[in-house]
Ligand binder design. Structure first.
Ligand SMILES: NC(=O)C1=CN([C@@H]2O[C@H](COP(=O)(O)OP(=O)(O)OC[C@H]3O[C@@H](n4cnc5c(N)ncnc54)[C@H](OP(=O)(O)O)[C@@H]3O)[C@@H](O)[C@H]2O)C=CC1
Ligand SMILES: Nc1nc(=O)c2c([nH]1)NC[C@@H]1CN(c3ccc(C(=O)N[C@@H](CCC(=O)O)C(=O)O)cc3)C=[N+]21
Length: 292
């Protein structure tokens, strides 16, 4: 039997293009504004995955001309200390974006910290005001990963109106805002989660399938409708048979690529798009703050 291979939705290439455009915008307006955009990434503890991600973000900032005001705190840092740092950053004229790297150590209350970030500096789009704006389809800072998925689908002119979209995962960071953005684009959206029964019968209906559960190979080729658009948000570090550590998504990639029409790779798919959207959110806050 002849098998077709899906076209790749190249997040790495699009992220590079977006970063170039942001660099050009910054180079143009910075002389007028008199300072570069600034992003503060707060990280607590020493989760190795978080550390790698934070360092990626700082490199990307440096590349486009965004100043980093990152702070790394020891694991035992308490809630009040972090709240004070956020209050200072809210007031700091050099800082346009603030992000608290998740997950936080267990003794800290992430939700309450996110509430303390000034909504217009909320580069991650996780403050209740920005989530409310998303629900109401008002302009606002949007969660970076789902925004990156939407931007990538747009780049490849994937039709969404009236399509059946299935999102696997319902977190505040990814699944819920993803479902709302697809809904806003006039897709018919189903959200699946860990208590969903017969996941396969649901995913098999999807014209657009977004996997964001954090489980390697949760989605196998038999769960995917032929011709579907498959987006893999999952980032899982696994050890392969030769003992080497590598990143995989939630989709069983090679077999699924023989069924789908479009697919995102891991790495090189939604990860780089997330970073690009974070930079874009920071630059939009910078432009808005300095537009009068
Ligand atoms: N590419 C990128 O830029 C980013 C990637 N990620 C990655 O995406 C993945 C998801 O992240 P995040 O949303 O923060 O993770 P969470 O752990 O917060 O959420 C996972 C979601 O998946 C659901 N789930 C778990 N098991 C199953 C299952 N067997 N069947 C169906 N649904 C299931 C959970 O359901 P329930 O609610 O019932 O528990 C939950 O809603 C992770 O791999 C993460 O590393 C995250 C952010 C950015
Ligand atoms: N407040 C908060 N906001 C987040 O957006 C957030 C978070 N916390 N906590 C952790 C998750 C995870 N996440 C990733 C983003 C990009 C890559 C990324 O760039 N990945 C590259 C590979 C990187 C590598 O090789 O290590 C890729 O997929 O090609 C990975 C993971 C954002 N998250």
């Amino acid at each position: 039997m002849e098998t077709k291979t899906a076209k790749i939705l190249d997040g790495k290439a699009l992220a590079a293009k977006i970063q170039k455009e942001l660099a050009a915008t910054i180079a143009e307006v910075q002389p007028k504004i008199g300072r570069p955009p600034g992003l503060a990434v707060l990280m607590v503890g020493d989760n190795p995955a978080s550390a790698a991600y934070v360092s990626n973000k700082e490199k990307a900032c440096a590349k486009v001309g965004i100043a980093s005001f990152g702070k790394h705190f020891p694991t035992h840092t308490n809630q009040t200390e972090l709240e004070e740092v956020i209050a200072e950053l809210n007031q700091d004229q050099r800082v346009d974006g603030i992000l608290v790297q998740l997950p936080l150590p267990n003794h800290l209350d992430a939700i309450s910290l996110l509430h303390k970030i000034a909504p217009d500096k909320d580069a991650d789009g996780l403050h209740p005001v920005n989530l409310g704006r998303l629900v109401r389809t008002e302009a606002g800072l949007r969660s970076c990963t789902p925004a990156g998925v939407m931007r990538l689908l747009e780049e490849y002119k994937i039709p969404l109106v009236g399509k059946k979209a299935v999102v696997v995962g319902r977190s505040i960071l990814v699944g819920k805002p993803m479902a709302l953005m697809l809904l806003d684009a006039d897709a018919t959206v189903t959200i699946a989660h860990s208590r969903t029964q017969n996941l396969k019968t649901i995913t098999q209906n999807a014209d657009i399938l977004v996997a964001a559960a954090g489980i390697p190979r949760l989605i196998t080729a038999d769960m995917v409708k032929p011709g579907a658009v498959v987006v893999d948000v999952g980032i899982n570090r696994v050890t392969d048979s030769s003992g080497k550590s590598r990143l995989v998504g939630d989709i069983d990639f090679a077999p699924t690529a023989n069924v789908a029409e479009y697919i995102t790779p891991v790495p090189g798919g939604i990860g780089p798009m997330t970073v690009a959207m974070l930079l874009q959110n920071t630059v939009s806050s910078y432009l808005r703050t300095n537009s009068n």
